[in-house]
Each structure stands twice: as structure tokens, then as C-alpha cells.
Design a protein around this ligand. Structure first.
Ligand code: NDP
Ligand code: GDR
Length: 378
């Protein structure tokens, strides 16, 4: 017939590495982290170095310094051998990822790299899709290209943003997804491609569905850090007012250090599975504001409503918080509340830091940084 015959596809590794058996291979402890310069990357690096891993990180070339969060862990190779090694790369560059995987031959890969800001994803939707969705595919395929799919354990940084619009609470591994931003939609692809590669190629690949986690190393444009920093600056007279978006959004906030421990635990199980990590508590943004300012001796009272709402200091009457609609999102995730029961049961994981202690730690770190001459770069 004139029909084009179906072409049988047999994917064989393009790069032929001289590999021992998966069991023998995994006797080494070599981790590769994309997104190592981010909040989670830095805490995970600390944890893995403590556990005796050789840690490799992918960093982006930048005209400004972007390795501040790793500074305390990095030793110049010229001075003494370092167990932390950095490679220039990008999740948008497949060849580069293949090269790094072939060179490092990791036993565990943590894919934390992402355009991770939800609001920014509305402005840079295509880029966010490229890096957060296709970047995950590229990294998984780089592992296959090197014939390492049975040797490497893969962690995907999935997110509670997958739940988006509230379908049920608390949200667990069985709650249906309904993402509400280009970020959430890109992460949905990443979630399913991770599941698909697990099922199709027998890869040890896990999704950690992590609810919001914060720390003094949180990027300054995320709401918790924006608040803790502003509260510190306002208390020192360095800033007069904090402008925020939706004060009523509710989040399940934990500490990043606790959550990276959960990531590692997910890759130490007999079989790969997906897990929620959360605190099981939710708090509105306005409560974070109240707690942060209270910690510095200011009592915030609210007046007005909607876009005219403002927070003032009960003692002085000075307006310290205002709503700015520019921080509203075209579609919002109103309420996140996670159920970490599966991780608690199977991983023996439990968050250690509660909401009150998290706020306190962040505010105190920002107060210290604001009072010192050295500008904090996180
Ligand atoms: P950050 O924004 O602090 O860090 C993101 C990291 O990704 C940075 O190292 C950044 O590099 C890197 N990155 C950005 N674009 C690229 C790219 N094109 N190629 C390679 N690397 C890139 O995020 P977090 O540490 O808070 O989060 C880590 C991961 O977990 C992210 O994937 C995030 O989406 C996800 N997540 C985070 C949660 C949270 O509450 N923190 C909750 C659930 C999921 P650079 O420093 O150069 O910008
Ligand atoms: P989120 O974190 O979108 O949950 O994503 P973010 O801190 O940005 O927002 C939390 C909530 O606060 C509201 N909000 C503001 N947010 C910001 N950034 N700035 C403001 O001024 C402001 N005012 C109110 C937001 O509308 C939102 O409802 C984070 C990221 O780390 C993701 O990568 C991760 O996947 C999820 O957490 C889980």
C-alpha cells in the first residue's frame, strides 16, 4: 500500500557510559541539584553535605552575583578539595543538561530549578512553561539519554499551587488538581511527566507536593519575606509603609529546612511515590502581618475594606500597611491547607517549626540584617 509504515521506536542511550549495576552505582552518594542557588537549594545542600554526599549544583550565568545563599558552604577548589561543585547550566538547554548528567553521574537528582514566582508567571507565561514544564522533561530525558534511568533517583519540586481553586480541604495526594496560574499549569505538566517517566521507564521518580515553606533565605518578593523585611525596616525608621496585595489569601506555611529533609526522605524509600509535605494549619496573609509587627512591639489594627483597607499602629495611629492592587493576581489561590498524613506515616517526616516560630525567626533575621552594615542579598 502507499501508507507510510509505522516506525518502531527503540530508544537506546545516546551516550554509552561504562556503568556498574544500579546497586553498585548507588553505593556512591552523589547529588545533582538544579536550582541550588535558591532558598531550598541552599538548605538541601547543607543537609546533603552533612550526610556525606558530594553535591553538584547547576547555576545560571548571571551578570550579578547569584550564589549568596551558598557562600557559607563553598570552599575554593584551589584551597582544598570541595564536596560542593558548581556547573553552569540552564533548564532551557538540553545539550548542557546531558553533558552535566554524563559528567557528574549523579545517584540522586533534585529538580528544584524553576521560575518560581506565581505573579511573575502571568507576565512571563511562555518562559515559565519552558523552564518549569519542559525543563523537567529535559532533565528527565538527559538522564535517559545517558542510560541512567535505572540508576538515578529523581525528585520533582511539585507544589500546592497544583490544587489552585479549592475543590476540597485539607488537600492530600488524592485531591484533584485545578491550577490557577501559568506557573501552576507548567508545574502540572512537570508533575505528570514525572509520573509518566516512572510508569513508562521504571524510573525512581517522585513528586514532592510541597506547601509554602519560608525562611530568612526566602526571596524578598514572596509575601512572608516582604512582610518580615518591611516590619524590620519600619521598626528602624528605614521604611514608612508596606504595600501588599490580597490580605485574605490563606496559606499553609512551614519552614524550608524541615521540607528539604522530606525531599531527601522521599528518595530513600523502597519504591517511588508522591507525597504532600505541609503543616496542616492555614493562616491568612493579614495574620502574618500582625504577628510580624507584634514581634517588634507594634500592634496592627485594620480599617476600611477591599482595596481601601489599611493597617495602622494602635499606639501611634500611623498607617503602616496599605493595599496596592498591582500586587493582585489575575486569578488567585484563596486557600491552601495540606494534609501531611502520608508523609508522616511512611517517611516518618514531621515539620518541626510552627507558624509563630517561623515568623519570629524571619523577623529577627531581617532586623539583624537591617541593623548591620552588610546588606543581605537573599
Ligand atoms: P527560588 O525561587 O528561591 O529558587 C529557584 C531556583 O531555580 C534558583 O536557583 C534559580 O536560579 C533557579 N532557576 C530559575 N530559572 C532557572 C533556569 N532557567 N534554569 C536553571 N535554574 C533556574 O525557589 P525555592 O527555593 O523557593 O523553590 C524551589 C523549587 O520548589 C521551585 O521549583 C519552586 O517552584 C518549588 N516550590 C517551592 C515552594 C516554596 O514554598 N518555596 C513550594 C512548592 C514548590 P537563580 O538563583 O539564578 O535565579
Ligand atoms: P505563592 O507565594 O504565590 O503562594 O507561591 P507568595 O508568597 O508570592 O504569595 C502568597 C499569597 O500572598 C498574597 N499576597 C502577596 N504575594 C506577594 N508575593 N506579594 C504581595 O505583596 C502580596 N500580597 C498578598 C498572594 O496573592 C498569595 O495569595 C509560593 C512560591 O514559592 C511557589 O513557587 C510555590 O509553588 C508556592 O508558594 C507553594
Amino acid at each position: 500500500s502507499s501508507q507510510i509504515p509505522e516506525i518502531p521506536v527503540a530508544f537506546s542511550p545516546l551516550i554509552k557510559l561504562n556503568l556498574p549495576s544500579p546497586e553498585e552505582y548507588r553505593k556512591r552518594k552523589v547529588a545533582l541539584i538544579s536550582g541550588i542557588t535558591g532558598q531550598d537549594g541552599s538548605y538541601l545542600t547543607e543537609l546533603l553535605l552533612e550526610k556525606g554526599y558530594e553535591v553538584h549544583g547547576i547555576i545560571r550565568r548571571s551578570s550579578s552575583f547569584n550564589t549568596n545563599r551558598l557562600q557559607h558552604l563553598y570552599v575554593d577548589q584551589h584551597e582544598r578539595p570541595n564536596k560542593l561543585k558548581l556547573h553552569h547550566g540552564d533548564l532551557s538547554d538540553s545539550t548542557n543538561l546531558v553533558y552535566i548528567i554524563a559528567q557528574v553521574q549523579p545517584t540522586e537528582v533534585y529538580n528544584l530549578g524553576a521560575q518560581s514566582h506565581v505573579k511573575v508567571s502571568f507576565d512571563m507565561a511562555e518562559y515559565t512553561g519552558d523552564v518549569d514544564a519542559l525543563g523537567t522533561l529535559r532533565l528527565l530525558d538527559a538522564i535517559r539519554t545517558c542510560g541512567l534511568e535505572k540508576h538515578v533517583r529523581f525528585y520533582q519540586a511539585s507544589t500546592s499551587e497544583l490544587y489552585g481553586k479549592v475543590v476540597e480541604t485539607p488537600q492530600s495526594e488524592t485531591t484533584p488538581f485545578y491550577p490557577r496560574s501559568p506557573y501552576g499549569v507548567a508545574k502540572l505538566y512537570a508533575f505528570w511527566i514525572t509520573v509518566n517517566y516512572r510508569e513508562a521507564y521504571g524510573m525512581y521518580a517522585c513528586n514532592g507536593i510541597l506547601f509554602n515553606h519560608e525562611s530568612p533565605r526566602r526571596g524578598r518578593t514572596f509575601v512572608t519575606r516582604k512582610i518580615s523585611r518591611a516590619a524590620a525596616d519600619i521598626s528602624l525608621g528605614k521604611q514608612s509603609c508596606l504595600y501588599l496585595g490580597n490580605l485574605d489569601a490563606q496559606r499553609d506555611w512551614g519552614h524550608a529546612r524541615d521540607y528539604v529533609e522530606g525531599m531527601w526522605r522521599m528518595l530513600q524509600q523502597p519504591a517511588p511515590e508522591d507525597f504532600v509535605l505541609a503543616t496542616g494549619e492555614t493562616h491568612p496573609v493579614r495574620e502574618f502581618v500582625e504577628k510580624a509587627f507584634r514581634h517588634l512591639g507594634m500592634e496592627i489594627k485594620w480599617r476600611g475594606s477591599g482595596t481601601d483597607e489599611e493597617g495602622y499602629d494602635a499606639k501611634t495611629g500611623k498607617v503602616l500597611v496599605k493595599v496596592d492592587t498591582r500586587y493582585f493576581r489575575p486569578a488567585e489561590v484563596d486557600l491552601l491547607l495540606g494534609n501531611p498524613a502520608k508523609a508522616e506515616r511512611l517517611l516518618g517526616w514531621k515539620r518541626k517549626v510552627d507558624f509563630e516560630s517561623l515568623v519570629k525567626e524571619m523577623v529577627e533575621a531581617d532586623l539583624k540584617a537591617a541593623g548591620s552594615l552588610v546588606e543581605d542579598q537573599n
